[in-house]
Design a protein around this ligand. Structure first.
Ligand code: ZN
Length: 160
């Protein structure tokens, strides 16, 4: 497979997740909620997480929002990859994804689906779009280390 074909394939995967997201909606119940906004493109994401009883593992992750194909596909891919992950693992994934956007790293075999976003690192304007959902995840996980949902918070400052 040539590099060009590989890029096309990645593009197809991104478009597929954009058009037919598998994890759109809201978890029930909502244990963590985080809204994220990327002003430079206009992407908005509302991320919800359902945790296990101990509050240390993500049982389900879903997102709602509007934005470009990159931001939406990134959210759907992330939600898929988060199923059953511990909070610690999820935070490591945030680090890794951000590293990947800097062209420094990629995901190991078990999570290689996330590597379809790797090409985005070549387009600086798009990096914020891809990172938005991961910023929201990090904020959601760090928002309260207790097990209670203590109100909805908004995270609309520009990030990167
Ligand atoms: Zn965007």
């Amino acid at each position: 497979m040539t590099l060009g074909n590989l890029r096309d394939l990645y593009q197809q995967v991104i478009l597929e997740h954009y058009k037919k997201p598998k994890h759109k909606g809201q978890t029930n119940p909502v244990h963590r909620y985080q809204k994220g906004h990327n002003p430079s493109c206009g992407d908005t994401i509302e991320l919800t997480l359902q945790l296990n009883d101990a509050g240390d593992t993500i049982v389900d992750a879903k997102f709602q929002g509007e934005g470009c194909a990159i931001s939406m596909a990134s959210a759907d891919l992330m939600a898929e990859a988060l199923q059953g992950k511990t909070i610690k693992e999820a935070l490591e994934m945030v680090e890794r994804f951000q590293g990947m956007m800097k062209g420094e790293t990629e995901f190991p075999k078990e999570q290689r689906k996330l590597n379809v976003m790797q090409g985005v690192s070549q387009f600086p304007v798009r990096i914020k779009c891809a990172n938005l959902t991961w910023h929201a995840l990090k904020a959601a996980l760090e928002s309260s280390n207790g097990s209670q949902l203590d109100g909805f918070i908004s995270n609309e400052k520009e990030e990167r």
